[in-house]
Design a protein around this ligand. Sequence first.
Ligand code: TYD
Length: 218
Amino acid sequence: MSGFFVVFEGGDGVGKTTQIDRLAQAMRGDREVVVTREPGGTPLGQQLRQAIMHGDHVAPRAEALLYAADRAHHIATKVRPALERGAVVVQDRYIDSSIVYQGGARGLGEEVERISTWGTEGLLPDLTVLLDMEPGEGRLDRELDRVERETGEYKALIRQAFLDLARREPERYVVIDAAQSIDAVAGHVREAVNVALGAKGLPGVAGGNLAVEPWGTP
Ligand code: TYD
């Protein structure tokens, strides 16, 4: 496959959407860039997303299967065809989100990864960008109540689970400190994407989204 597949992962609120937009903008030009997400990257996926997120309680195993169904359809009908055309696919969340949220946080274990791997016929990203941020970093100056503490602990668990995945396969991941400025994060993303593009013999991302002075050079 001649395309390039880059996935963004991380906890909620780390700025994935902004960074995906920035990268897509920088990469557009003479190549096709497809921006997509899970769950919900296809019409069927939109329905599954509604079912997962806005319905009544969903049994954990059913939820895991719904995410996997969304993914299987998304990869087969949108992502693989795009990669086969030679496009760049920039995607918000993939299998790692299932491993972390359903496998880890919901306690369903390793089978979750196997189900998604089966569903996608083993498609792996060329690069996974993990936007990492300490939950609630430096923003609270009072003691947390029980619910807040639990929420904080949950977020810390999610964060650690993503970091563990990145550590497992460092050559396929880049971990970026998402507490930096938007421009700084975008610059690091672009550097990592350029390294991964180069490894595949593809041209790098020129110009674009580094911290350029807004007034430019005279
Ligand atoms: P979304 O509104 O897309 O937010 P975000 O910007 O954080 O991606 O919500 C996606 C939610 O779905 C997020 O809380 C993580 C969850 N999720 C899973 O639990 N498992 C999965 O496999 C995926 C793809 C997402």
